[in-house]
Design a protein around this ligand. Structure first.
Ligand SMILES: [Zn+2]
Length: 80
C-alpha cells in the first residue's frame, strides 16, 4: 500500500510553525496556534510523518514541539 493512504498525517503550520496531526482524508485543518486553516494537500505544507497509528502521530507532534522548545532555549543560551 502506498504511503499516501496512511490514516493520519503530521504536518507543520506554514504560518506559525506549530506541528499538528490530522486525518489524512481531510482537506483542511485549523492550526491550534494561529487559527489558520491549513490546506493539508498544499505543497507548501511540510509533512513530518504519515502513519496509521494515532498514538504515533500524537508522539510525533510532541517530539517536534520538544525540539522547537529546546531549540529556543539553545539559542537563548548562545546569546549570553
Ligand atoms: Zn499556525
Amino acid at each position: 500500500m502506498p504511503a499516501i493512504n496512511k490514516r493520519y498525517i503530521v504536518f507543520i503550520c506554514p504560518r506559525c510553525g506549530l506541528p499538528r496531526y490530522s486525518r489524512s482524508e481531510q482537506k483542511n485543518a485549523k492550526c491550534f496556534g494561529c487559527g489558520y486553516q491549513i490546506p493539508i494537500k498544499s505543497f507548501k505544507v511540510r509533512i513530518l510523518l504519515r502513519t496509521d497509528s494515532r498514538s504515533e502521530a500524537v508522539k510525533a507532534v510532541k517530539d517536534y514541539k520538544m525540539k522547537i522548545c529546546s531549540g529556543i532555549r539553545e539559542s537563548a543560551r548562545q546569546r549570553r
